[in-house]
Design a protein around this ligand. Structure first.
Ligand code: SAH
Length: 354
């Protein structure tokens, strides 16, 4: 197999080329072209000699994503991008404009095997995990195409990041590298459905990223109805793991709770949630569920959402209601990709170079 040089850190890249007889400083140049100048091809690397380019062409691969299409919301706050991977699979990424900067939500896998009932990303199962280079490229392409610096990253697109643990960690190492985009760990959020052993592994790395837990229910019985992963790990185990995460890293956690009418939005659930989270200093995001056509889930009424929020707030829990941004462009996780795969998105394919 050819070496994916965009997934290597600088040291590994140096080792790769020096073992083939090239001087070490060439790795600095290559790294700069790939991770700072964000070029698409070897041709653009003007200070890299021909023999090194030939070596890379033969022994390595320069992973780039091809832009397929993008949709922009009417208010301009959100854009969804579809990218084609080198092997032809298609993934989606989302760019969001906030007051504090540009945030990009990336996919960590092609499809997902977690099976959450309300989620479009998991309908076709898992195809494969993404390489670090393929996670990086989602951000690189968006920054290049828009010309605006990406400041925040959320790993909350298609896939379960803690089901692709090693590549996720490598991705974080490379995106925070001062020789690359140099994004601060504090500006990165990773969202998980709660793979308990890997929450602990992540804690032990003592990073400054924010960990978000997709909870969506306040007891195991209810959680099992919408999230198959609940059959494997109990809420009690998740709480123990998140307490450990906070103890080791000092980073407060975020909990996500998608409100589904008649499923998990009754006031008893709010009280259950309060018992789980009160006093932890955690932040909770309430997300009115984005209905997908394959399932009959509906959003809770506005008054209901506010009552739910009030119960949590009375116990001193930080609550944000996360309004869907760009619902007019298939905002639900994995929905645009799904529509594209089903042939419901007609686009003019754009060929990008490289
Ligand atoms: N696998 C990870 C990250 C991807 S999902 C995780 O489970 O956290 C990102 C978030 O969107 C999760 O909280 C997920 O439960 C939520 N989500 C997925 N589909 C949704 C939908 N249709 N409506 C509301 N939230 C949804």
């Amino acid at each position: 197999m050819k070496t994916d040089i965009k997934s290597l850190n600088k040291q590994e890249l140096k080792k790769f080329i020096t073992e083939a007889g090239f001087p070490g400083f060439r790795a600095d140049q290559l790294y700069d072209w790939m991770h700072k100048k964000l070029v698409l091809s070897l041709d653009e690397m003007s200070n890299v000699p021909k023999d090194l380019k030939t070596f890379i062409q033969n022994e390595a691969e320069l992973v780039t994503l091809q832009h397929v299409t993008h949709l922009e919301s009417k208010d301009g706050s959100t854009a969804k991008f579809l990218f084609r991977l080198p092997d032809g699979h298609v993934i989606e990424s989302v760019r969001m404009v906030y007051k504090h900067g540009i945030s990009v939500c990336i996919s960590s896998q092609v499809g997902c095997r977690m099976g959450c009932r309300f989620c479009a990303s998991t309908l076709g199962g898992l195809v494969r995990s993404l390489a670090p280079s393929e996670m990086l490229e989602q951000i690189y392409r968006i920054q290049q195409m828009t010309g605006e610096r990406v400041s925040n990253i959320v790993v909350m697109g298609t896939g379960e990041p803690l089901d692709n643990f090693d590549n996720l960690i490598k991705f974080i190492e490379l995106i925070t590298d001062e020789n690359g985009l140099n994004i601060s760990q504090r500006n990165i959020t990773v969202s998980t459905c709660g793979i308990v052993p890997n929450i602990k592994r992540l804690a032990d790395l003592d990073l400054s990223i924010t960990l978000a837990i997709s909870l969506h229910a306040s007891n195991d019985e209810e959680r099992k109805k919408i999230m198959p992963v609940a059959n494997k790990y109990s809420i009690a185990e998740i709480m123990e793991a998140t307490d450990y995460y906070f103890k080791v890293t000092g980073r407060r956690l975020t909990f996500e709770y998608s409100l589904i009418a008649g499923e998990n939005d009754d006031l008893k659930s709010a009280e259950g949630l309060t018992r789980l989270l009160a006093g932890k200093g955690a932040h909770i995001n309430l997300i009115p569920v984005n209905p997908i056509k394959e399932r009959d889930y509906k959003q809770s009424g506005e008054g209901h959402i506010v009552r739910f929020k009030n119960i949590l707030e009375k116990s001193g829990i930080n609550v944000t209601i996360r309004r869907e941004m760009g619902a007019d462009i298939d905002a639900a996780c994995g929905q645009l990709r799904k529509d594209y795969m089903d042939g419901n998105v007609t686009i003019k394919e754009e060929e990008s170079k490289g």
